[in-house]
Design a protein around this ligand. Structure first.
Ligand SMILES: [Ca+2]
Ligand SMILES: [Ca+2]
Length: 123
């Protein structure tokens, strides 16, 4: 499978059986686990757990990103997101494409956060 997204290839084996029993996960590790869990909670609905169909993505955004959804005035925003995310054009959003959404939103949130912090600092 060839990706032309210019993203760095990270080939790290993290799923060794020796790691499964690990109980002390850091905050960041928990975050990553949550992303995976949430993706599959929705992606598995139609039996194809590798990707989110249109319906599955709608459900995920409505349920998991309600604040973001409310801040959007365009009622077709999810449709727009799906088109933007779907880099290989198969009409579905796979895990990597889903991560682009999370990365994009996180970057936007971080900017808000920094602005907020700056304002607080000026008081
Ligand atoms: Ca699916
Ligand atoms: Ca796709």
């Amino acid at each position: 499978m060839q990706r032309e997204s210019g993203r760095p290839e990270i080939r790290i084996k993290v799923c060794g059986p020796e790691n499964v029993a690990s109980t002390t996960m850091t905050e960041l590790e928990k975050c990553m686990e949550s992303l995976i869990t949430i993706f599959h909670r929705y992606a598995d609905a139609d039996g194809d757990g590798k990707s989110l169909s249109k319906k599955e993505l709608n459900k995920l955004v409505e349920t998991e990103l309600p604040t973001f959804l409310k801040s959007q005035k365009n009622p077709k925003v999810v449709e727009q997101i799906r088109k933007d995310l779907d880099q290989n054009g198969d009409d579905k959003v796979d895990f990597e494409e889903f991560l682009s959404l999370i990365v994009g939103l996180s970057i936007a949130c971080e900017k808000c956060f920094m602005l907020h912090e700056q304002k607080k600092g000026k008081k």
